[in-house]
Design a protein around this ligand. Sequence first.
Ligand code: HEC
Ligand code: HEC
Length: 296
Amino acid sequence: MNSIQIKALGFAAILIIATIVVVTKMNIDVIHDSVNAITIGGAIAIATLTAAVAFKYIGQMKTDTASGELSEDNWDGIGEYKNELPSGWAYTFLAVFLWSMWYGLIGYPVWSYSQIGEYNEEVKAYQKKFEEVHKNADKETLQQMGESIFLVQCAPCHGNTGDGLSGKAQDFTKRMTKAQVLAVIKNGQNQLGYPMGAMPPGMASGEAAEKVAEWIANGAKGTPPAEFAVCASCHGADGKGNNGMAPNLTTYDLPLVQHVLEHGKKGIIGTMPAFKGRFTPVQEKALATYIQSLAN
Ligand code: HEC
Ligand code: HEC
């Protein structure tokens, strides 16, 4: 080994040691972080190349003699041999080209750090904690929680007391007004996803419809009018929804509130916007509990 080779090997060793020191001292994650991994790969490649060049070419430089066919190009007396493109160089070029395509199209846009992504992940993590803490929340806690969400998200339309601001939105102190029930009886309805499916239009008319609507709007208290018999097959003899197969007409149930929050609802008063993905299951339960506490 001559002195240049020894110096080159020393340089490669220093590079490798310095890399190891930096990685361990600064606690850098080179396994899960792709950018750090690529950087470390680069450092190792430089050290390896330095050592390889030191061994192969430095000795060769002294003994090599020029041979081969000269090309016609000539720059002030300096000529050039007609050599094949070195395969190592060609493969490296191809590899760098492929890597840069991957990095530009996928690696950077998809895998790089994103502030929005970090925010979303943090929100998800906290919501998970929130769900865990309030998994078995009692009714009073749910009601308080529901009230504070309601005052911010729902009160602008439904009113601070949930009275629907003079018919601008659903009045939660009543399950339904007579006009709403009459509209559903006349037109049918198909948007709430109950197992019974759709409510067919024209289930009653005239005086019969009036009587039934009156009874429901007054809170479905006492014995239902005889005309309610056609409704009872789906909504149950007492209007309470037949084990959740159709809506409970006497009070709000969780499936209704959840479905309305997820999909919105269109009725004669107007349109309730969807709040899809804005609440966790516990928050939806809290809202349902609070709305039930307002009704009747
Ligand atoms: C064939 C079964 C069936 C019959 C009979 C039936 N309903 Fe319904 N009703 C439903 C279903 C299912 C829904 C939910 C519709 C939806 O998904 O939007 C519903 C919805 C309603 C709603 C709206 C509830 C809400 O929260 O939006 C009212 C009011 C109603 N029915 C009243 C009646 C009355 C009054 C009668 C009798 C005249 C009646 N229904 C007969 C199945 C029925
Ligand atoms: C932009 C105004 C608006 C906001 C905000 C709003 N709602 Fe509504 N909501 C309405 C309207 C209008 C209706 C009546 C739809 C109809 O005619 O059936 C309604 C209906 C409902 C119903 C269905 C009632 C029924 O008997 O069918 C529920 C449940 C409901 N809202 C819950 C909520 C909750 C919970 C919030 C807050 C997270 C909320 N709404 C926020 C406008 C709004």
